[in-house]
Design a protein around this ligand. Structure first.
Ligand code: NAP
Length: 306
């Protein structure tokens, strides 16, 4: 089958680390153009203006948006209005309502909208979900602690309104949790630590219904921790390495020590959705973030500088 053309928008950290290599290896997609004010990809036609790309390249049916969440809506809206399929990086928008608006627009235009959650594509997430089917969860805890300087070097947008702060990585854990748990949960309380010079939290502790809790932190140097532990009536499941390794009662049973399979799987799923003429927009992880920000008790902590 011929490969479909895609334009990649926002040539920054995640575009370079994951999207470009995933597209280079894809049997479904061909990177046909980039749009970025500063970045380019060697050998690929580049634009600095999005409207100019849409006008010049009507042959490109899909746009993959790798921008931060704040500017993303206006690009997604323009692409959908131009009749293009759209793939959104996570989190899919700055607010829930704007993503609902995009969903309605995609439906009206008869094109595909895919709100991606790359962590759901981690190697051990599907086996973890399958193992939990029919089990009774007694307790679950997420520990998601990483170093913001390593993963978002100098990216002030994460601390600006709409940047979500520590929920930018935390929402990856929530995307896994909402996929694997055999029952829905909701936020009941949260403590949010805001650096005194910033508008978004650098750490958060969240309580959910059903004895589920989460600890998100962005000041962890050295080894990084992306773990979810679920205690059930039939044993304990541990997902480690951001959903890539699975342990049942301490024994490793599935997964691989790499995150490099996630983006190829997202692009394969996007190809399926386009061919089937459907969309995939699940906002459950973002609902938890919005609720934590609504219910959260605010604590002011030391200023943060990159
Ligand atoms: P980034 O490097 O700071 O930004 C990506 C690109 O977006 C920039 O290179 C910039 O391109 C463009 N951009 C930034 N602000 C803009 C604005 N106001 N208007 C228009 N374009 C703007 O961010 P990133 O780390 O790649 O993250 C992008 C998205 O990917 C986020 O939603 C993030 O959660 C997600 N993500 C990131 C990681 C990670 O490890 N960093 C991992 C998974 C997912 P130009 O200036 O060249 O136009």
């Amino acid at each position: 089958m011929a490969r479909m053309k895609v334009a990649l928008v926002g040539i920054g950290k995640i575009a370079r680390d994951q999207h470009v290599p995933a597209l280079a290896a894809s049997g479904d997609w061909e990177l046909a153009a980039t749009v970025s004010r500063s970045g380019t990809v060697e050998g690929v036609e580049s634009f600095t203006d999005f409207a100019a790309m849409l006008a010049a390249r009507p042959d490109i049916p899909m746009v993959s948006l790798c921008l931060p969440p704040m500017p993303r809506y206006r690009y997604a809206e323009a692409a959908l209005l131009a009749g293009r399929h759209v793939m959104l990086e996570k989190p899919p928008g700055a607010t829930l309502a704007e993503v609902h608006a995009l969903e309605r627009l995609a439906r009206a235009k008869g094109v595909t909208l895919f709100a991606t959650w790359h962590s759901r594509m981690a190697e051990a997430v599907a086996p973890a979900k399958a193992w939990l089917v029919g089990k009774s969860v007694r307790r679950a805890h997420i520990t998601w602690r990483e170093d913001v300087r390593k993963w978002h070097p100098g990216q002030d947008w994460v601390f600006e309104p709409g940047g979500m702060g520590v929920f930018d990585p935390g929402i990856n854990a929530l995307s896994i949790l909402t996929d694997i748990l055999p029952m829905p949960v909701h936020v009941t309380a949260a403590t949010l630590e805001f650096p005194e010079n910033r508008d978004t939290p650098i750490a958060a502790q969240i309580d959910f219904s059903a004895n589920v809790s989460a600890d998100f932190g962005w000041r962890q140097e050295g080894p990084q921790t992306w773990d979810i532990v679920v205690e059930t009536d039939a044993g304990t499941l541990e997902l480690r390495m951001g959903g890539n390794r699975l342990f049942i009662d301490g024994q490793e049973t599935a997964g691989e020590d790499t995150i490099m399979g996630e983006y190829p799987a997202l692009y394969a799923r996007m190809a399926e959705l386009v061919r089937a003429g459907t969309s995939d927009v699940d906002l459950a992880p973002m609902v938890h973030v919005a609720d934590a920000l609504t219910l959260g008790r605010r604590k002011t902590v030391a200023p943060f500088h990159f």
